[in-house]
Design a protein around this ligand. Sequence first.
Ligand code: PMV
Length: 347
Amino acid sequence: MSEVLFRAAWASPSNIALVKYWGKYGIQLPSNPSISFTLSECRTESRLELLPKSGEQQIEVFLDGEKKDSFVPKIEKFLQRIAPEFDWLSEFNFRLHTRNTFPHSSGIASSASGMSALALIICDLHEQITGERFSDFHRRASHLARLGSGSACRSLYGGLVSWGEHAAIAGSSQDYGTPFAGNLHPVFQDFQDCILLVHQGTKSVSSTVGHDLMNGHPFAEKRFELAGQNLASLLNILESGDLEAFTQLVESEALMLHGLMMSSIPYFILMKPNTLKIIEKIWDYRKQYGIPVLFTLDAGANVHLLYPSSEKAKVEAWIEAELSGYCENKAYICDQVGKGPFRLNND
Ligand code: PMV
């Protein structure tokens, strides 16, 4: 086995958008601003080893210790995209070891956590190899993560992170994520997200195709405008702690996202019958008990059930008793707002 010349390892979390990014232009630039909660337990842990190269560059990827040739093209494409920024990239062979703390087949997108972990690793290696120090390490990593997978650029910080230019967010950029700098109400500081795994497996339509269908979508212009308005309203809600307004805005964003999918040409539906059954259950429970539980959806059939930590015991008992039956193999993952990525021990 060849000698490892440099190595770096990072763990980076997944995130769940409250105001959704749907539609892009250029190289992964968002058509509208978005904001997400960074998760805690759902994350990717990766280690990249740089090896001596002679001849053509070789890239090996291992998932949970097993060689995964099918992952190579995505990594290769990412490395090609960022190559103009890092001269040293072409000088080594690469061996990437990666694992997700959530099941790979769960339908939870691993691109945000995976690409943000890899972006951090590249920045870390750059510092090791060149001796240069980034004064804006996380921002630089966020920019790189965006080039891998748009929403990944929001996984670089804990708490709430926006992405995309917005008049009400100082320093906001199309290029990278910006951590929420307001006075976050305590109720949101440890908000819970239980991911109900309605459909585990690959989705019928990728988000890349979905984003493309926003070009020429009949509702595109109005949608991009509404996303900006919703983000402005949400910024106030995050400070006031108004859970009723939060619920309405977040659920409306989720349904609008799926409404856009259903009204594009070609149209498609990613929700499953059990997605709708769970939504009905959530609405009934909220009405009956007055407990603030709400949902959001990403580009798939799984339901993210959001609730304050003060309701954790009651809500989790209800999930187990009533909602797990609508999940594939009764599977769900309870997570919460997290603190962002961290460096791993290198061995
Ligand atoms: O980053 P992508 O290309 O996987 O797109 C993510 C899109 C949504 O998850 C639906 C919304 C979002 O803002 O994360």
